[in-house]
Design a protein around this ligand. Structure first.
Ligand code: SF4
Length: 262
């Protein structure tokens, strides 16, 4: 059974408890490594190196990408028409645009900040992408193939969760929260999408969600919740009876695709 929660675990259990069970309790995943996840990880490494060591993020991305392509233990899966060379070019170009974007923060308070707190007695882990302005600015980096709906930043649960954590560990709720979106297109774009400061009511609601997910896991309530999201679920063949558990592999937590595309 699970010993802790993260935002991504909560998201999966809320979307479909069966998906949550397969992914986080059985720790199953499709064999292979999605190039798009690897790309997102490279973007995060580029940003981290830029703030912490002043290294050109495009250079960091290039080193990461070449190393991953040469040394990945799993086969890298590209989408139709995608190649490793194109993704390398796109990663470098996007990061070059990001550095010169007028809204990209010049200074940071913390980057890739690991936190573990207890929420209503439930252990909760998070890695918070970016905190700036002495704790008043919270950014989550996203990679996407399309523009974000601006409303998303206002209600997004991940930004609420990370605001909650910062409010607890820094004793101040970030005033400005949002996404820095890397839009992966032929001509890459950077977009900052800002949402409202989270309130006490948001935090109380978040606590209710955390308690509910934890309770459901403890009780073993893993029902299927079919919907449009099944189209993007790796377990669809399993649910349709077209695949077997043996067609999946156990997750290695150190695999390269640490970050999800949105
Ligand atoms: S395919 Fe749909 S019902 Fe099946 S685990 Fe995935 S999200 Fe749940």
């Amino acid at each position: 059974m699970l010993r802790y929660l993260t935002y991504s675990i909560i998201k999966d259990f809320l979307t479909c408890p069966e998906k949550g069970r397969l992914s986080h309790i059985e720790k199953l995943k499709k064999p292979g490594l999605k190039a798009v996840l690897l790309w997102g990880t490279g973007i995060h490494f580029g940003i981290e190196g830029f703030y912490k060591s002043g290294v050109n993020p495009s250079d960091t991305f290039e080193v990461f990408w070449i190393d991953a392509c040469l040394n990945s233990k799993e086969e890298i899966e590209y989408r139709e028409g995608e190649t490793g060379e194109e993704l390398l070019k796109a990663g470098k170009a996007t990061l070059a645009k990001w550095v010169s974007h007028e809204e990209t923060p010049k200074e940071y308070f913390s980057v890739e900040r690991n936190e573990k707190i207890e929420i209503c007695g439930i252990p909760f882990y998070a890695t918070i992408d970016f905190v700036g302005e002495n704790g008043n600015l919270l950014i989550d980096w996203k990679t996407s193939s399309c523009r974000y709906n601006p409303a998303k930043a206002h209600y997004d649960l991940q930004l609420t969760a990370y605001s909650y954590i910062l409010a607890n560990v820094l004793e101040k709720t970030p005033q400005k929260v949002g996404f820095g979106v890397f839009i992966k297109k032929k001509e890459p774009e950077i977009e900052y999408v800002w949402g409202r400061q989270r309130t006490k009511e948001d935090f109380e609601n978040f606590e209710r969600i955390v308690r509910k997910v934890w309770r459901d896991i403890e009780r073993g309530e893993f029902y299927k919740n079919p919907g449009l999201h099944c189209n993007w679920c790796d377990f669809l063949p399993l649910c349709l009876g077209e695949a077997d558990v043996s067609d999946y592999v156990r997750k290695d937590d150190k695999y390269y695709g640490r970050y999800e595309e949105s």
